[in-house]
Design a protein around this ligand. Structure first.
Ligand code: ADP
Ligand code: ZN
Length: 224
């Protein structure tokens, strides 16, 4: 019998530009659980000029990983502190095996429900990243080709200005893709061995990919 007493615990893996943020947002709203993006949490901290922001900014600008203990503390505070949500959609964490091991410990006996692996080709992600724009105020994502705002350069949701992410420079993007292959992609097998992996074809419109992702989550919940 599927345990549906709680919202699901979902991790979303995939290359930069595979649509992790977009799909994580959709799933979080579908299941009414928080969407936790480590990248967005760090961008907000940089913008607010907090101590965390000052710690992470250099790593982010270079496209390097922020140290594990810093990221793990953020996840612990958001997801496993005193007011822990019943379910979540994690986007951008874990990003290497050490972080996955830390998450396994934090998640305790209930564990995770499913790890979605969004599969998109390298050519496709490069194309998507080149067109990527983000709202300076609310963080909403757009793409000048695939998903343009109604009015050029202006957020549909809040009316603020859109811009390119500071770390979407050619050098930082190629560094992030390199790191993805080297340290994040091994998580695909790691989670497969634990019976948690679901591959999702991420080529296609956000709606098409979204319905595949939802099917994968539902199938995983039925198996629990
Ligand atoms: P992308 O998926 O395009 O690389 P993110 O928004 O997920 O973008 O992450 C932006 C940056 O934030 C990363 O390049 C890295 O510096 C930092 N970051 C985010 N998540 C992690 C993590 N789990 N571990 C280490 N660094 C991270
Ligand atoms: Zn906005």
């Amino acid at each position: 019998m599927a345990d549906r007493a709680f919202g699901p615990r979902i991790v979303v893996l995939g290359r930069q530009g595979s649509g992790k943020g977009t799909q994580a947002t959709r799933l979080a709203s579908k299941y009414a659980v928080p969407h936790v993006s480590t990248g967005e949490a760090f961008r907000a901290a940089v913008k607010e000029g907090t101590e965390l922001g000052r710690t992470v900014q250099g790593y982010m600008d270079r496209g390097d990983l922020v140290p594990d203990e810093v990221v793990e503390a953020v996840i612990k505070a958001h997801l496993f502190g005193p007011r822990a949500p019943a379910g979540f959609v994690l986007d951008g964490f874990p990003r290497n095996v050490a972080q996955a091991e830390a998450l396994e410990l934090m998640a305790g006996p209930r564990g995770l429900d499913v790890v979605l692996n969004l599969e998109a080709s390298k050519d496709e992600v490069l194309r998507r990243i080149a067109g990527r724009r983000v709202c300076s105020a609310c963080g909403a994502n757009y793409n000048v080709v695939d998903h343009p705002p109604r009015s050029a350069g202006v957020c549909d949701a809040c009316g603020s200005a859109l811009h390119q992410r500071d770390d979407d420079t050619e050098e930082a993007v190629s560094r992030r893709l390199e790191l993805y292959e080297a340290v994040t992609a091994p998580l695909i097998d790691w989670y497969r061995q634990r019976g948690l992996l679901a591959n999702v074809d991420a080529m296609g419109s956000p709606e098409e990919v979204g319905s595949r992702a939802l099917d994968a989550v539902e199938a995983a919940r039925d198996r629990r």
